[in-house]
Each structure stands twice: as C-alpha cells, then as structure tokens.
Design a protein around this ligand. Structure first.
Ligand code: NAP
Length: 288
C-alpha cells in the first residue's frame, strides 16, 4: 500500500515519516513529497521514496500521487497564497487516482474558527466535501512548539508575550498530532470522520507561563498586548508584517476560545494521554 505524505519536508511531515517507520510500515511504501528534497535525504537513506511536489505545479502533484492508496495532505504554509486552491490541486489529483483515503490537516473548530488561517481551512473542507473522495479531517490544535521553540528567549525575558487575553487553549505537540495522523492512515474506519485534536490539559497563557516557571525555576509572566502592539513587537524583531499579522490574528482566535478543541479525540487516536504542558516545556529545553 502506497501512502503519500505531502508537505513532507516540514516539521509535521517529518514527524509523520518518523512515526510511520516506527510503526514498521515498509519504507518503500512511503512516499515523501515536497519541494526541497534535500531536506528529506535522511529519510531517503532509510528507503523512503522521495518525490517532488509543489502545490502550485499540478503536473508535479499528479506525478507524485501515481499509485497512491492513502494520502496525508499537509496544509500549505505560505502566507498570502491561495491555499484552498493549492489544496484543491492535491484533492483533484487524489480523486483521479481513486485513493482509499485522503486525510487533511485542518484546524481546530474549522467551521466556527474566525481566524484568517481558519477561513482557508474551512474553504478546503468545503472543497473536500464536494470532491467525492473518501476523507478524514484532522483538525489539528495549536502547536506547543509555537511557544516552546522560543523557550530560551522567553526565559531570558521572563515574559511570554502574546495577544490571547484569558482565552483557553489545549495545545498539542507536533509529535502527538503526527501519531494521530498515522493512526488514521493505518486504520480502516476513519473515512467521513472529523477529529478535533487538542491536548488533555486546557490553559490560559498566564497559566502556561506559570507552568514554565514551575518547570524551570525561572520566573516567567504572561504579558498581554493589544493585537496592533503585538504585531509591532514581532515586526521589530524582523518578522515580516504579513506573518506577524497572522500570528496576532491567531492569538485573537485563541482569546475568543476558538482554538480550544472539544472532546478527547487526540488521546483516543494515539492511545495514551497527550503530552502535558510541563513535558512540552521540558522537551523544548532539552532540545535547545
Ligand atoms: N496548528 C498549528 O499551530 C500550526 C502552526 C503552524 C502551521 N500550521 C499548519 O500546519 C501545517 C504543517 O505544519 P508544519 O509544522 O509542518 O509547518 P512547516 O514546518 O512550516 O511546513 C510547511 C510545509 O508546507 C510545505 N509547503 C508550503 N507551500 C508548499 C507548496 N506550494 N508546495 C508544496 N509544499 C509546500 C513546506 O514545504 P517547503 O519545505 O518546501 O517550504 C513544508 O513542507 C503548516 O503548513 C500550516 O498549514 C499549523
């Protein structure tokens, strides 16, 4: 059975490839598709089939999906691009192949999520609903790594900065979300399902700052900024304006509670409790 992972060069895609290999899927049944194939040399060395795929190049998408039985469509990441249009290219190519299942990495609460990114996911979900391909929605929650990748800076400043107010969220690690994606790809009763994938523990960013303090012994407080000030701060660090606006917009969604996943789908799919905030912080520090 050939399983194609799109966007395989990214952080989530690499976790998915790793988990597939750990689950003893034969490497030659895994196709890792992406634009920058040099990023996949380590997986190619393990026998994974590596192939070019650019969502903006329909011929590359069609070629990469030849023989696919299952597809994980990892949403594109380019700010300002017509991401639903890019995803449509993959969905139509998967349909032409008659795939058994297409799993799509959507976002939590995509139907009511009013963030800019949420609207792209909602539009993609609508394309899938009309496409006639068996599909599963992996509505991925907010990554812990969105905060923990900057853990050393957070500790140095003694502040976690954002624009999320007192909104509650239940973040998840990419690794946990990758395990959920693999459970769906390797299972056989997931077509038509919608999974809201959040962690077991809900928290505000003030509570998350307190958790960082407890784990590290370094005092960290949450500093909340109005969205415009947060954008200005991020751009002052050199972040492009469009990306800063997307991040602040996501925090506004978090403030409205739209990034809080209901239920326990993630825990159920991965068959264990999800990674705790404390463990997410510990791993980030160990890796930094
Ligand atoms: N839940 C969250 O908190 C959260 C946070 C950030 C992003 N996301 C979403 O989840 C997705 C996966 O997360 P991630 O951590 O793996 O993001 P990531 O590390 O930024 O990876 C994004 C992936 O999308 C690929 N991509 C972008 N445009 C493409 C195109 N035109 N054709 C083919 N591939 C393209 C990138 O390819 P290259 O390597 O060639 O650039 C990369 O493989 C992201 O793309 C984004 O939609 C979710």
């Amino acid at each position: 059975m050939t399983i194609v992972i799109t966007g395989a060069t990214g952080n989530l895609g690499r976790h998915v490839l790793q988990v597939l290999l750990e689950r003893n899927v034969p490497a030659d049944e895994i196709v890792a598709a992406g634009r920058s194939l040099e990023k996949l040399e380590d997986f190619a060395a393990q026998g994974v089939r590596v192939t070019a795929m650019d969502y903006d190049d329909p011929a590359s998408v069609a070629a990469a999906l030849v023989g696919a039985r299952k597809v994980l469509l990892i949403a594109g990441s380019e700010v300002g691009k017509d991401r639903p249009g890019q995803h449509r290219t993959v969905i139509e190519a998967a349909k032409a192949q008659g795939v058994e299942l297409l799993a799509y990495t959507s976002t939590v609460n995509a139907d009511i999520n009013g963030t800019v990114l949420g609207k792209d996911h909602k539009a993609t979900e609508a394309i899938l609903a009309d496409a006639g391909v068996p599909y599963t929605l992996l509505r991925n929650g907010y990554y812990f790594e969105n905060w923990t990748d900057q853990i050393q800076g957070t500790l140095a400043q003694g502040a976690l900065v954002g624009s999320a107010g007192d909104g509650r969220v239940n973040a998840a690690t990419r690794r946990d979300l990758a395990e959920a994606a693999v459970a769906v790809l390797l299972g056989d009763d997931h077509a038509g399902k919608v999974y809201e994938l959040g962690g077991d523990v809900t928290f505000t960013l003030s509570e998350f700052a307190a958790e960082i303090t407890a784990v590290t012994g370094t005092s960290v407080v949450y500093k909340d900024l109005p969205a415009a000030e947060y954008v200005a701060l991020l751009t002052s660090f050199g972040m492009p304006q469009a990306l800063a606006e997307i991040i602040a917009d996501s925090d506004q969604g978090l403030a409205r509670g739209e990034l809080l996943a209901q239920g326990n789908d993630l825990r159920t799919l991965i068959g264990r409790p999800t990674t705790t905030p404390a463990d997410a912080v510990r791993s980030a520090i160990a890796a930094s």
